[in-house]
Design a protein around this ligand. Structure first.
Ligand code: ADP
Ligand code: MG
Ligand code: MG
Length: 364
């Protein structure tokens, strides 16, 4: 990792920049007394941002830095993080502040400050660690709950959150807390689906609507140019659920308890075995859309427990070629029962608390 403290010592977060800044309310105080924001270590590089571990008034933070060329992605991510109620959920990355300023070369650059997640993204965690069954269930369940919450339109105490499609669900866009609980992050391509007006075919933005995301995780209908934009909101949620299925596959392939008496296979991204590290759009189109190929389950899973069969079925129901046949991630009304499970309701259809705990029970 590159330590670049010196380079960024001159950065000041708030000096004369209030009018461009969007500070989360509870951070206001801290921000006003902000000393220097220090960027300490490069921890991630995505397509749009460069992410640093940093510190703001002794507090450890993550800073996503966007160049001026990626302003659109910054603006979009900031506006998603700014949606009412979004920060209420435990499985959505914690946003702290956004800012823009001029760097040493006189160019504009944009920053998003967020909580620092010490284990980084799910895919890097899985490449270095195996996970036990209950941890793996907790991780995937967390991502699912985060996605269900994101997808759901919510009205609460006079505030409203529109349904939001993530549009870039992948194991690189899920971050891990130190207790290995997961949050959904990277809302640079996300899109509010309700509210002002849902997008429609023929809009100048329609191209952008149908062709974003990481190629590896693109649903067959996106690859085939057949995304059904008549019901854009549902179509985009179905695309997210497809990618969620791939994320399940990547996670459970690293579950130690699912490989008793044999070595746990090395971590692989979906389709990595077939197409390597940089699959092209055309290669993905042929494999996933034309040939309807999906990740293979390990041989030993076939003859296994009912719990494992139901897990494999869940994945298959996420990546069904028929988008409308896929599971949905939705938050239902609060369940009747113990208050502990009552936070924002249960994840319906796609396995909720009940599924995760029942699977754990059956296999341990
Ligand atoms: P991009 O939009 O460019 O893909 P991301 O927001 O996905 O940017 O961040 C890129 C990578 O940086 C992530 O995959 C992850 O490894 C790392 N990262 C991002 N945010 C954090 C954070 N808050 N804590 C720790 N690591 C992070
Ligand atoms: Mg990303
Ligand atoms: Mg992104």
């Amino acid at each position: 990792a590159v330590v670049i403290v010196a380079l960024f010592l001159g950065y000041r977060m708030m000096k004369g920049k209030q009018k461009h800044s969007l500070w989360a309310e509870d951070e206001m105080e801290a921000a006003n007394t902000a000393e220097d924001l220090k960027l300490l270590e490069l921890i991630g590089r995505g397509r749009y941002g460069t992410v640093f571990r940093g510190s703001l008034n002794e507090r450890c933070v993550a800073v996503k830095l966007f160049s001026s060329a990626n302003r659109q992605s910054f603006t979009n991510e900031r506006s998603i993080y700014g949606l009412p109620l979004l920060q209420l959920h435990d499985n959505i990355a914690r946003f702290l502040a956004a800012d823009e300023r001029t760097n040493a070369e006189g160019r504009a650059e944009f920053l998003i400050l967020m909580e620092y997640y010490p284990h980084g993204c799910l895919s890097s965690y899985l490449s270095h660690h195996t996970v036990d069954w209950s941890t793996c269930c907790r991780m995937t369940h967390g991502v699912t709950r985060g996605l269900a919450f994101l997808h759901t339109e919510l009205h609460r105490a006079g505030e409203s959150k529109p349904g939001v499609a993530h549009r870039d669900v992948s194991s690189r866009n899920v971050l891990l807390r130190s207790d290995l609980s997961c949050v959904l992050a990277d809302f640079g391509l996300s899109m509010a689906l309700t509210g002002s007006r849902p997008p429609r075919p023929g809009d100048p933005d329609t191209m952008a609507i149908s062709e974003v995301g990481t190629v590896r995780y693109m649903a067959p209908e996106v690859l085939g140019g057949a995304l059904d934009l008549r019901d854009c909101a549902s179509a985009l949620k179905q695309v997210d659920v497809y990618a969620l299925g791939l994320l399940y596959w990547e996670s459970f392939r690293r579950c130690s308890q699912l490989f008793t008496g044999e070595a746990v296979p090395e971590h692989q991204l979906a389709f990595q075995a077939e197409l390597g590290n940089h699959p092209s759009f055309q290669e993905m189109q042929i494999l996933v859309n034309r040939n309807k190929f999906r990740p293979r389950f390990p041989e030993s899973w076939r003859s296994s427990s009912p719990a494992l069969s139901s897990l494999m079925e869940t994945m298959e129901d996420c990546w069904d070629p028929d988008a409308e046949a896929r599971l949905t991630a939705q938050i239902g009304p609060p369940p009747v029962g113990p208050a502990s499970s009552q936070d924002l309701g249960v994840v319906k259809n796609l396995h909720g608390d009940d599924f995760a705990s029942s699977v754990v029970k059956t296999t341990t």
